[in-house]
Design a protein around this ligand. Structure first.
Ligand SMILES: CC(C)(COP(=O)(O)OP(=O)(O)OC[C@H]1O[C@@H](n2cnc3c(N)ncnc32)[C@H](O)[C@@H]1OP(=O)(O)O)[C@@H](O)C(=O)NCCC(=O)NCCS
Length: 170
């Protein structure tokens, strides 16, 4: 199995049900109570900056990005990222991450943040954020709050409560 047999494409509404299944399989029922999910509930993700991997017509992996704000800063919140178990470890996650970051950069987003495993995301260009610089609407391990800076200084501008861009507008 090689990565070249899969098609990578922007997410479409028709993919929603399968993406929901993939995330249920990867994260279980606890996914609804995660701090990042509470932010995502504040408004829509950006489909143009969210991507799927397809095997034929089946969605086998997904990454989403959601516009967020904190203090004077704005960013994309990346996640969930999930790959169906049968297709793990062949580079699909990394490819989706590269597409997400490339799309963020091309559309002028200054930074991308996520809650995730540093050993996976570190080599993909994410660094741990300074402890306490931002908070999330729920408990989160500060060692898992990671950021990828696109525009110099953009991560330092993210301060205080991270929230969906639409909800942050009030
Ligand atoms: C994490 C996940 C998205 C990786 O996708 P993938 O397509 O399997 O990953 P890739 O093929 O791009 O990369 C595989 C490499 O990442 C490593 N890796 C996978 N998950 C990792 C983790 N949590 N921490 C550190 N390394 C990890 C693998 O060991 C492998 O290393 P190698 O290249 O040295 O062999 C996928 O395993 C998944 O869906 N997991 C369940 C959901 C999840 O945890 N999502 C991330 C939320 S933080």
């Amino acid at each position: 199995m090689t990565i070249s047999q899969f098609v990578f494409a922007p997410e479409e509404p028709a993919h929603d049900a399968e993406i929901e299944e993939i995330n249920a399989e990867a994260f279980g029922p606890g996914r609804f109570t995660r701090a990042a999910q509470r932010i995502r509930e504040g408004g829509p993700h950006d489909r143009g900056l969210s991507f799927v991997a397809l095997s034929g017509t089946n969605v086998i992996a997904s990454v989403r990005q959601t516009p967020v704000k904190a203090g004077e800063g704005r960013a994309l919140l990346l996640g969930p990222l999930a790959v169906r178990p049968a297709w793990k470890n062949i580079g699909i996650g990394r490819r989706l991450m590269a597409m997400a970051l490339d799309a963020a950069k091309k559309t002028g987003w200054p930074a991308v943040v996520l809650v995730g495993d540093e050993p996976y995301y570190g080599p993909l260009g994410f660094n741990r954020m300074p402890r306490g610089q931002i908070s999330l609407p729920g408990p989160v391990d500060p060692n898992r709050v990671l950021a990828h800076e696109i525009e110099p200084g953009a991560v330092a501008r993210l301060t205080g409560m991270l929230d969906h861009e639409e909800r942050a507008k009030g």
